[in-house]
Ligand binder design. Structure first.
Ligand code: GLN
Length: 410
């Protein structure tokens, strides 16, 4: 049997194929000569399955879709304080290439607009690197997200650099505020190289899938960045990724996303999948016109809005029963699924509402797939309180989800 997913993707592509609205990005000559009709969509699940339809192996330059990944690398390489000191996290509501900085601090408002992305570029890799080392760090970092070695399109790079007046103006302004401390031209050159990395829709789906998977590439299993970095990146994508269309996007599509002027668009749905679309004609915000339509369809058809979350607590308690008789009776609570605060509260309530009459209490976690830190602490505290009330409490915990030592994640 064939999977339904590629067939679904092919159907949705066919539905948007006739839409030729929008324009190619004109300000980079090499981009203006791209084939406007190319069209693709790809999904990468967090367990490493990649599906696609259309031109999923067509190569194009990554452009601004590189921004969230470069931000992730800068946060990993320099730490949060050093990056936040120079680039804010507030949506600007402005176009991607707006020449504006936060009043007072002189910081770019966020890492998704060019002012922020140029600054972020200067923060990737080591402080004061050898010439070329920063771009190498970024290309190898983007490659780790994609799960294969990527390379720079030199012709695109030269074409953009020849016409980079606006980015140069932004960089000079950043330099005058002390946000950039290096030669502005060299930083813009590096940033444009970052934007000129060649990717395919399949690559972008895996890169987005790595963000959806908490920083571990779902295909290669390599941890590229920490989960805390991914949370920061996805939050900024959700609020700033679509420039001055961010609010419409958040309400109508509801997937943390990033677009680029070459027509790429990615979305990362935490815990589920990475999505990429490719169609070069852009709408008035500089976002891929058919890409936006595709994402709207995906959300509607498949319920992908991040705010649509199934109730977490209802299915947590699998059974609450007594085994054995008399003084040998044991109270067994079997729980299941992924447990977070609301699920742990539901488990605690089970014992508060119906205090066990049996001396021995067993919390059976054999069917628990994941547990976060707060839930783990709540279950340990539950056990401590039951013990204080005179019970013998034990966990069935084959994966050591609760009983392992603190600080090992969860
Ligand atoms: N390299 C492009 C620029 O800086 C990227 C912009 C984009 O994709 N929105 O203008």
């Amino acid at each position: 049997m064939r999977s339904l997913v590629p067939d679904y993707l092919a159907d949705v592509l066919a539905d948007v194929a006739s839409d030729t609205s929008g324009e190619l990005a004109g300000y980079i000559p090499e981009l203006a000569s791209a084939d406007p009709d190319r069209l693709a969509a790809a999904f990468a699940t967090v367990d490493g399955e990649v599906y696609g339809a259309g031109d999923i192996d067509a190569a194009f330059t990554i452009q601004s879709v590189s921004k969230p990944f470069a931000y992730a690398l800068a946060l990993s390489d320099r730490g949060f304080p050093a990056v936040l000191d120079k680039v804010g996290v507030e949506p600007s509501g402005e176009a991607f290439n707006e020449i504006s900085l936060e009043t007072g601090t002189g910081r770019p408002r966020n890492p998704m607009i060019n002012a922020g992305a140029i600054t972020v570029h200067s923060l990737a890799g080591a402080d004061d690197p050898e010439p070329g080392a920063r771009v190498e760090r970024i290309v190898s970092g983007l490659s780790a997200f994609a799960g294969r070695p990527l390379r720079i399109d030199e012709a695109m790079c030269a074409s953009e650099m020849d016409n980079a007046h606006r980015n140069l103006a932004i960089a000079h302004m950043l330099r005058s505020h002390g946000i950039l401390t290096e030669d502005p031209r060299a930083v813009v050159d590096g940033y444009i190289r970052q934007c000129s990395v060649l990717v395919t829709p399949r690559d972008l789906a895996v890169m987005a899938g790595t963000l959806a998977n908490g920083g571990v590439n779902p295909v290669t299993a390599e941890r590229v960045v920490d989960a805390a970095v991914v949370r920061q990146v996805l939050s900024v994508m959700a609020t700033c990724g679509m420039y001055d269309a961010a609010g419409d996007w958040a309400t109508q599509v509801g997937i943390p996303a990033k677009s680029g002027v070459s027509g790429g668009l990615i979305g990362a749905l935490p815990g589920q999948l990475g999505i990429a679309t490719f169609s070069p004609r852009l709408d008035e915000h500089g976002n891929s016109a058919r890409g936006v339509s595709l994402f709207e369809r995906f959300t509607t058809d498949m319920g992908l809005h991040v705010m649509d979350v199934p109730p977490a607590a209802q299915a947590v308690v699998r059974s609450n029963h007594i085994r054995g008789h008399g003084s040998a009776a044991v109270r067994i609570l079997q729980v299941q699924g992924g447990i977070r605060f609301a699920g742990a509260e539901r488990i605690v309530r089970e014992f508060v509402a119906d205090p066990p009459l049996q001396r021995t209490v067993v919390l059976d976690l054999a069917r628990v797939s994941s547990i976060d830190d707060v839930a783990r602490r709540m279950l340990l505290e539950l056990a401590r309180r039951l013990t204080a009330d005179g019970h013998d409490v034990s966990f069935v915990d084959p994966e050591s989800l609760v009983t392992r030592s603190r600080g090992s994640g969860g």
